[in-house]
Design a binder for this molecule. Structure first.
Ligand code: GLN
Length: 542
């Protein structure tokens, strides 16, 4: 029997529901269960693909090409279970499907309504394709009381009745704030939030209370009493210094035990947490430190580069060092001399990005890294800019540019209008919609046998996730290879450059895909592990 855990949030947003879901998934795995994690997002965008990273943080891409909420990244990093298209749905997607059916006449003249049509669609989504797992953890975005989230709350309430007794539980995450002036923790916001939830018909089985301070037993009892939950099911969630401490910290607070108890299941089984203990040990006791500059555009908002930040930390875990990341706006390098700010770093990473603003600064950073022998890692846009730089300054084609910035004479980066995917032939043009028209999801690549990347990956066949419209133009391959930039990874048909490297440089690799999306703390991505290793070597030189 598949069991469902619905996770809602109350009081304020940003309480770490996503991390709680991911950590609980990891704890259930540690007890030997199979899990799947999902997210239901109440906003009206069809997917987060067109939302600004400033507003919504990174867009996480799955193997099957879905552009999803960044929480799916946490789920995958913590559990290793690859996310799928069917693991993230928004109100926008639900309404868009329903309206398409309505226009087609599928409802046979019925009045189409939130209940039952929207709620039925949400329920179908929540339970679809889950027969193969023991637990489905389903997080509802937003906060209880939001107008938008009501149909989702109603749908999960109904599921509690539709499914068998003991097949569904509800976890509610709230805040227990500390009021310094009174010197007290306050339980009232939690009480109100649960009251709101019960008003919708959902009685939470477990309350997870985020708090800056220990919640004393007296307050726990009060919360239990007023919110109608067992005292042991009031779980406190104190801040921890690294997100990878979250699973063990929830385990200590008894979260996984309470979940199994709520389902009426045996909870004495073994919990194998050694891999999490090892990760924490490495994070707490690094043997060294490296400085990495990330030269990007959304550097003011860490969520915009969530997976990247984590993958760099994983590279540190692999090498037992702490990775200090300096986030630098690329635009500053468009002024002369500013580039010298990069002199002290042990590695430069130019991440994915879109649009012209700041591009020349990224090109300058790639040049600095190449000329000074500083390890350089170019990801997607960062690869494209490194190729533009090499075409201009190594191959001497001065006007080399990307057509992303407008028409150009020497378009070493250009729009690809036709390519093959698992779905068959795909096409796009300049005029296409912005949503869902990129090369998205996992694509295979072939690596040259003697290349540095083949050594790093330990093989010549790889599959990595993509999210981009433009491609390196293979017509420039020979000219660049003659000057020392090798196209060491190509699409299987040999048309799309996937990786470039400069063998004559301590570490200079550009990849057209996003390796950060597949990195995990217990399985650091080989490119990140190798990049940080190169940075460690570089740090010993300076
Ligand atoms: N803007 C570039 C493109 O669309 C790169 C995208 C990215 O870095 N994800 O091809």
């Amino acid at each position: 029997m598949t069991r469902y855990i619905f996770i809602t949030g109350g009081v304020v947003s940003s309480l770490g529901k996503g991390l709680l879901s991911a950590a609980l998934g990891a704890l259930l795995q540690a007890r030997g269960y199979q899990v799947r994690l999902r997210k239901l997002d109440p906003y009206l965008n069809v997917d987060p693909g067109t939302m600004s990273p400033y507003q919504h943080g990174e867009v996480y891409v799955t193997d099957d090409g879905a552009e999803t909420d960044l929480d799916l990244g946490h789920y995958e990093r913590f559990t290793g279970v690859p996310g799928r298209q069917s693991d993230n749905v928004t109100s926008g997607r639900v309404y868009s499907d329903i309206l398409t059916k309505e226009r087609r006449g599928d409802y046979l003249g019925a009045t189409v309504q939130v209940i039952p049509h929207v709620t039925d669609a949400i329920k179908a989504f929540a339970i679809a394709d889950t027969d193969d797992v023991d637990f489905v953890l389903c997080e509802i975005g937003g906060t209880v009381g939001d107008i938008e989230s009501l149909p989702f709350m109603e749908a999960i309430r109904q599921l509690g009745n539709d499914l068998d007794p003991g097949q569904v539980i509800y976890i509610h995450v709230t805040l227990v704030p500390y009021i310094a002036a009174a010197g007290e923790l306050k339980t009232k916001p939690t009480q109100h939030s649960v009251k709101e939830l019960r008003g919708i018909g959902i009685q939470p089985d477990i309350l997870v209370c985020r708090s800056e301070r220990e919640i004393p037993n007296s307050e726990r009892r009060k919360i239990a009493l007023f919110c109608n939950v067992r005292e042991s099911a009031v779980i406190q969630a104190l801040d921890v210094s690294s997100i990878y401490e979250v699973p063990i910290s929830y385990h200590r607070e008894g979260l996984d035990t309470e979940v199994l108890k709520a389902f009426g299941m045996d909870h004495d089984n073994d919990v194998r947490l050694d891999r999490w203990e090892e990760i924490i040990r490495r994070i707490r006791h690094p043997e060294g430190e490296v400085n990495i500059a990330v030269v990007g555009k959304y550097t003011g908002l860490m969520d915009a580069y969530k997976s990247l930040n984590e993958a760099l930390a994983h590279g540190g875990i692999a090498n037992k060092v702490k990775v200090k990341v300096e986030w630098i706006e690329s635009e500053i390098f468009e002024e002369e001399d500013c580039i010298l700010k990069l002199e002290h770093v042990n590695g430069i990473l130019v991440p994915g990005g879109f649009g012209k603003r700041g591009a020349e600064g990224k090109i300058a950073a790639a040049r600095f890294a190449r000329e000074r022998g500083i390890p350089y890692f170019g990801i997607c846009f960062g690869m494209q800019m490194a190729v533009v730089e090499a075409t201009r300054n190594l191959a001497g084609i001065e006007k080399a540019c990307s057509t992303e910035f407008g028409p150009c004479e020497d378009s070493v980066i250009g729009l690809l209008t036709e390519w093959k995917s698992a779905k068959g032939r795909e096409t796009r043009s300049e005029e296409d919609d912005l949503g869902g028209t990129m090369r998205l999801g996992a694509y295979p690549a072939k690596l040259s046998a003697n290349s540095q990347v083949a050594a790093i990956y330990g093989g010549t066949g790889i599959s990595e996730r993509h999210r981009h419209r433009y491609e390196v133009n293979v017509d420039y391959k020979d000219r660049l290879e003659q000057k020392g930039m090798i196209f060491s990874g190509m699409s299987p048909d040999g048309r799309l450059p996937e990786i470039v490297e400069i063998p004559d440089h301590p570490w200079f690799i550009g990849v057209q895909f996003h390796p950060e999306l597949k990195s995990k703390p217990f399985e650091p991505h080989p490119l990140f592990a190798s990049f940080i290793e190169a940075a460690v070597k570089q740090s010993r030189l300076v």
